[in-house]
Design a protein around this ligand. Structure first.
Ligand SMILES: Cc1cc2nc3c(=O)[nH]c(=O)nc-3n(C[C@H](O)[C@H](O)[C@H](O)COP(=O)(O)OP(=O)(O)OC[C@H]3O[C@@H](n4cnc5c(N)ncnc54)[C@H](O)[C@@H]3O)c2cc1C
Length: 396
C-alpha cells in the first residue's frame, strides 16, 4: 500500500520522494506533465544544484538528476497524471490517459509550485496580440518546441526570473530592446543586476507599461517614465514574475488557504489544517530558488516520516496575524512552542524599520529590517506562550 502520495514532481516533491523512499516509505509521485522535474525542465541555464549537488548545473540536467535519485531510492513516479480534488483524510481524485481514479494514502504532500501572473492581472491595456508571454511560456516555446517567438522583445520586471528570461533570450538568439522595472530599484539581489549591462540590454527603472499596441502582433508599447510618457518599438513583451502559489486544489478543498501568501496555512512541520496533508516548495509562498524548495522537501519528508510513526504533536498552535501593510506574507502561519525551523517573511514594499512579533502584548521577537519587496527574510521561529494570536507589526 502507498504510504505517501506526492503531488508535483518538481525539486520540492522529488527531494521529499527521495528522502522518504530512502527511509523505506512507499512513495508515489504524481505529475501532470509528460516528464518529471518541474520548472527546471524548461530552464536551460545555470545556476541550479549548488546546495544539492555542490556544483552549478543547467535546469534540465538538474531535473533529470532529481528524478533519477528519487527513482533509485525506490519512489514510483507517474506522469501525465493530474490531481483534480483533495478530500478529507488523504483521499484524492486523479485523471490520466487511463481515466479517472481515486487514491488514498495516510499522508499526501502538495508540491504543486507556482503560476505566473497574467497580463490581465497586471492591468496592462491594449489588444490581445500574439507575442505577449510569461517566462514559463517563453521557455516552453524555446526549449521544448525549439521556436523563436520574437526577435526584439521588452522584458517587464526585475525579479530573479526576469534574468532567467534574459538568459533564455540570449540562448535563442533573441535580443531584448529593454528591461523595464516599475520600481526605483532592481528587485533581485546582486549580482543578477549586472546581467542586463553585461548583455547590452538597457535597464529602465521607474518605467511602467500602459499599453501594448499592434493588430495581430505586438508592434510597440506605451510606457510611463519619470520623464513622462514614451513609446518603444518592439515585437514582443515578456511579463516576468508576479508569482502566486498554484493552489486551486487547496482552494477548492476543505483546507484553509492563507490570503496573504496565496498558499495553504501550514504549521512548522508543513502540515495543513487537515493533518493528512503537507506542503513544501513554491506552493507555500511564491517563487524561491530550487535549492530552497529542495531543502523544504527534505524538511517536510522528515516531518511526514515522524507523522507516519505517530511522533508529531496533534495539530494546533498560535496563529500568526499580519497587522502591517508593509508585510506581504509570513509563514508558517501556525506557530508551536518548541518546534524547530525558520519563519519566512516577505515585504509588500521597501521597508526600513523594526519588525515585531508580539503575543498578548509581550514581545516574542524583534528585529531591524532593511529590505526590498519579494526578497527572502528569515527569522528564528518565535516561541509562543499559549495559543493566542501572534501579531506581526512594523515600526518605520
Ligand atoms: C523562469 C524561472 C527560472 C528559474 N531559474 C532558477 C535558477 O536559475 N536557479 C534556481 O535555483 N531556481 C530557479 N528558479 C526557481 C525554481 O525553478 C523553482 O523555485 C522550483 O522549480 C520550485 O520547485 P517546486 O517543486 O516547488 O515546484 P515546480 O518546479 O513548479 O514543480 C511543481 C510541479 O507540480 C506539478 N503540478 C502542479 N499541479 C498539479 C496537479 N494538479 N496535478 C499533478 N501535478 C501538478 C507541475 O506540473 C510541476 O511539475 C526559476 C524559476 C522560474 C520560474
Amino acid at each position: 500500500m502507498t504510504e505517501v502520495i506526492i503531488i508535483g514532481a518538481g525539486p520540492a516533491g522529488l527531494s521529499a520522494a527521495m528522502s522518504l523512499a530512502r527511509g523505506g516509505v512507499r512513495t508515489l509521485v504524481l505529475d501532470r506533465e509528460p516528464e518529471p522535474g518541474g520548472i527546471p525542465r524548461h530552464c536551460a541555464h545555470s545556476p541550479y544544484g549548488f546546495r544539492e549537488f555542490h556544483r552549478p548545473m543547467f535546469g534540465p540536467a538538474y531535473a533529470r538528476r532529481l528524478a533519477a535519485e528519487a527513482l533509485a531510492a525506490g519512489a514510483e513516479i507517474r506522469t501525465l497524471t493530474t490531481v483534480t480534488a483533495l478530500h478529507p483524510g488523504g483521499r484524492i481524485e486523479i485523471t490520466s490517459p487511463e481515466g479517472s481514479e481515486t487514491l488514498t494514502a495516510p499522508a499526501v504532500l502538495l508540491a504543486t509550485g507556482v503560476r505566473e501572473t497574467s497580463r490581465a492581472a497586471r492591468l496592462i491595456g491594449g489588444e490581445k496580440q500574439a507575442g505577449v508571454l510569461n517566462t514559463g511560456a517563453l521557455q516552453g516555446i524555446v526549449h521544448l518546441n525549439h521556436q523563436r517567438p520574437f526577435r526584439r522583445p521588452v522584458i517587464l520586471g526585475t525579479e530573479l526570473v526576469a534574468f532567467s528570461a534574459l538568459l533564455t533570450c540570449r540562448e535563442a538568439g533573441i535580443k531584448p530592446v529593454a528591461m523595464l522595472e516599475p520600481g526605483p530599484r532592481i528587485t533581485a539581489r546582486a549580482p543578477a543586476g549586472w546581467l542586463p549591462w553585461a548583455l547590452g540590454v538597457p535597464l529602465r527603472l521607474k518605467t511602467r507599461i500602459t499599453q501594448i499596441l499592434g493588430r495581430s502582433r505586438v508592434e510597440r508599447i506605451l510606457v510611463d517614465t519619470p520623464d513622462g510618457p514614451d513609446e518603444i518599438e518592439t515585437d514582443g513583451v515578456i511579463i516576468t514574475g508576479g508569482f502566486r502559489p498554484d493552489a486551486p486544489l487547496v482552494r477548492a478543498s476543505h483546507m484553509e488557504l492563507d490570503p496573504a501568501s496565496g498558499g495553504p496555512v501550514v504549521d512548522p512541520w508543513g502540515r495543513l489544517t487537515d493533518p493528512a496533508y503537507f506542503a513544501a516548495g513554491n506552493l507555500l509562498r511564491g517563487v524561491e530558488t530550487a535549492g530552497w524548495c529542495w531543502a523544504e522537501g527534505q524538511h517536510v519528508a522528515g516531518a511526514i516520516h515522524a507523522a507516519l510513526k505517530g511522533q508529531l504533536p496533534p495539530p494546533g498552535g498560535a496563529r500568526l496575524r499580519i497587522a502591517s501593510d508593509a508585510v506581504k506574507l509570513a509563514l508558517p502561519q501556525v506557530i508551536v512552542a518548541g518546534a524547530q525551523g525558520r519563519l519566512q517573511l516577505r515585504l509588500a514594499r521597501p521597508v526600513r524599520g523594526r519588525l515585531r512579533l508580539a503575543q498578548d502584548g509581550a514581545t516574542l521577537l524583534e528585529r531591524r529590517i532593511d529590505s526590498l519587496p519579494e526578497r527572502r527574510i528569515t527569522l528564528p521561529l518565535p516561541q509562543p506562550r499559549g495559543t493566542g494570536d501572534i501579531l506581526v507589526t512594523v515600526e518605520e
